[in-house]
Design a protein around this ligand. Sequence first.
Ligand code: NI
Length: 392
Amino acid sequence: MPINNRIAAFHADMTEWRRDIHAHPELGFEEVRTAGIVAAKLRDWGIEVHEGIAKTGVVGVLKGRTDASGRAVGLRADMDALPMSETTGAAHASQNPGRMHACGHDGHTTMLLGAARYLAETRNFDGTVYFVFQPAEEGRFGAKVMMDEGLFARFPMEQVYGMHNWPELPAGEVAAVAGPVMAAADRFDITIRGTGGHGAMPHRSVDPVLVASHIVTAMQSIVARNADPMHNAVVSVTQIHSGTAYNVIPEEATLAGTVRTYLPEVQDMIIAHMERIATSVAAAFGATAEVVYHRGYPATVNHAAETDVAAAAAARVVGEGAVKRDLPPCMGAEDFSYMLEARPGSYLWLGGGRGPDTVAVHNPGYDFNDEILPVGASIWAQIVETVLPRRD
Ligand code: NI
């Protein structure tokens, strides 16, 4: 694999850092140890360090040999682990019960550190690089909190790039896809209120179980009949709760579920139809329904020009044939989406598959593939040297 030689030279160091972080996983906004390691290493390499952004976030600032262009680029890695128990049995397995790096953010942190070390040593670029080490990607909005605390005002980057390891792609391959790559992930709760009564005397009640069933059925028409067939959308009712006895018609029933979309207009359409169907169906039966809709991370949408830049940089590392430009998007979600709403940029998938031994992320047997550490670090470095070419 034609990775950067200088970065290849510290592959063993990166493996050691990655396994140390893996053994000490921390949940979102609690990455105190991890952030401390990141800050100490950046300082060792002469990089200016800003800590405490979104509690445990760290930003490193590195100037190139020259700053004739005044340009700046941001590279982002996430640092948090998941609340689950590890079953890998590896020597570097989690030492924190109920905490696990099952999404490879230990590898993301390490790859960005590897790039930082190389770029600090060579400074073979013109302008400024911001290394953004983000807390709390797993459902806790760490990217958004960093932005709310002034990330882009304090560190004025013109473009921002993200990278996630992707076990579904073989190690040594990269996906750089323009447009939507990850979905918006929302949650909803619907409360249906009827009139309770005796199970044997239904005519004296308004049965919320029957109403909930009609609402679930009617909501299937949103994707089937209201969404443009060319647009992707998922509406899944995943919970129905009601009742306590065989002979009691309950007062209340609740529904809950998830909505996944790529386009904001599809998301808005689904919310409007869900509200209308729930309240109107309930009213038709003499009940009421209240919809509480929780918007989660927006869709992650890659910008075309920056995706071309990232793809070209990746091709210089892994070869043109190993860069996939047309992988279908994933219905998972990612809070780097907020950064891509604010700045042009791109989110790459870095293959980490191990053939038949591949384990999916978020599985208790998952372990980041250390073979790809220098590949990711080299792609980061190449992006910087491509976007901010030397002028002297
Ligand atoms: Ni992840």
